[in-house]
Design a protein around this ligand. Structure first.
Ligand code: SF4
Length: 362
């Protein structure tokens, strides 16, 4: 069977898979490669990439899904704001993420004003249409999403709109990679770096990490050949005893990234410690609104404190997000926890590892 373009050509995939097997036969140990991108996670599951690899190459998914790493306490705070009468605007993938007692979708059916949107600009429109109400946008995401979401603050300043704010849980990827690489128990040998995030931060952003932790990092696209090519590059580095950054996705990612997007982000936000679901606090792995923009910070504006609550009993999202286990190792997987009745966020999000395993492995 041949796919539609050069990146989905089954003959090429099989050929690269053979090369990987050949290279891997020279390894004297198992090599664990982590992908840190929800879209990679879905592609790997969808195209059954694991089936094309030899046994000594282990692919594990990391904390690459922004919804999955957003802590339960954040959801609880969003629920509290909604129940306090605020209009909550959010991307749809947050709707079913469980808080301690309920989710946004369940309280919406009880009358809370929660609207889903495709573009942050809709939040501005909602604020203009409802001048006597407070609109809160749920700002969740990695470097790729931060810019578009922060444009709400930019537009609100330019248009003097004051009844809008952001409940932020922005996260940045390199510090999370550091936390995982530093955890000796996890034994992650190399990273397949995210594509979209890298388009913003650039391949160069991983160089300090590689210099410090000596782990190969390869930026790869989402097509099967991109992913297999990235894995092959990693094994070649491991065999040579090298650790460097390779940008295999130069058709999209520049070494320097997108300086314009980064400078826009840095105008409004500054680095902050951040709590990752299942992992804990990672220093400087988040971004918060600068003090001068605190009127747009929903936590400060409404005197809220996000309390990082306990996870759901039995849910092992934390271990899944660290690549410590794969979803079928969770006793709730596909029994008590399914996409229609999710227990943890890794089963809710369209980019969650548990959802990927459920959809494609079953
Ligand atoms: S299968 Fe469900 S309960 Fe288990 S780790 Fe995944 S999301 Fe959590």
């Amino acid at each position: 069977m041949k796919y539609i373009d050069g990146f989905r050509n089954s003959e090429s995939e099989v050929a690269v898979s053979r090369q990987i097997k050949e290279l891997a036969s020279a390894l004297d140990r198992q090599v664990t490669i982590m992908e840190v991108c929800g879209t990679h996670t879905m592609s790997i599951a969808k195209f059954a990439i694991r089936n094309l690899l030899p046994e000594n190459i282990r692919l594990v998914s990391g904390p690459g899904c922004p919804v999955c790493v957003t802590p339960q306490g954040y959801i609880n705070t969003a629920l509290e704001l909604a129940m306090g009468g605020k209009i909550i605007m959010t991307f749809a993938d947050m709707m079913n993420v469980p808080g301690t007692k309920s989710s946004l979708s369940s309280i919406r059916s009880s009358g809370a004003r929660i609207e889903t949107c495709y573009s942050p600009e809709s939040a501005i429109e909602a604020a203009v249409k409802n001048p006597d109400d407070e609109v809160v946008f749920l700002g969740v995401g990695f470097e790729t999403t931060i810019g578009p979401v922060i444009s709400i603050v930019s537009s609100a300043c330019a248009r003097n709109i004051r009844n809008i704010s952001l409940l932020t849980s922005f996260k940045v990827i390199p510090p999370a990679m550091e936390a995982l690489a530093a955890d000796k128990e996890l034994r992650i040998d190399a990273f397949l770096c995210p594509a979209h995030v890298s388009a913003i931060i650039g391949a160069d952003a991983y160089r300090p990490f590689v210099a410090k932790y000596h782990r190969p990092c390869v930026v790869a696209g989402f097509e099967p050949l991109d992913i297999l090519g990235g894995i092959k590059s990693i094994i070649e580095q491991v065999l040579k005893g090298e650790a460097k950054v390779e940008n295999n996705y130069s058709r999209v990612v520049k070494d320097e990234g997108n300086p314009k997007a980064m400078s826009f982000i840095n105008k409004y936000l500054e680095p902050a410690d951040s709590y990752w679901r299942g992992i804990g606090i990672i220093p400087e792995s988040g971004m918060s609104l600068k003090n001068e923009f605190s009127p747009f910070d929903a936590e400060k504006r409404f005197g809220m404190t996000i309390v990082n609550d306990e996870e759901k009993k039995g849910c092992r999202c934390g271990d899944v997000l660290k690549g410590k286990i794969v979803p079928p190792d969770c006793p709730l997987f596909a029994t008590k926890c399914t996409p229609s009745s999710p227990v943890g966020p890794c089963m809710v999000s369209s980019e969650g590892t548990c959802a990927a395993y459920y959809k494609y492995s079953k």
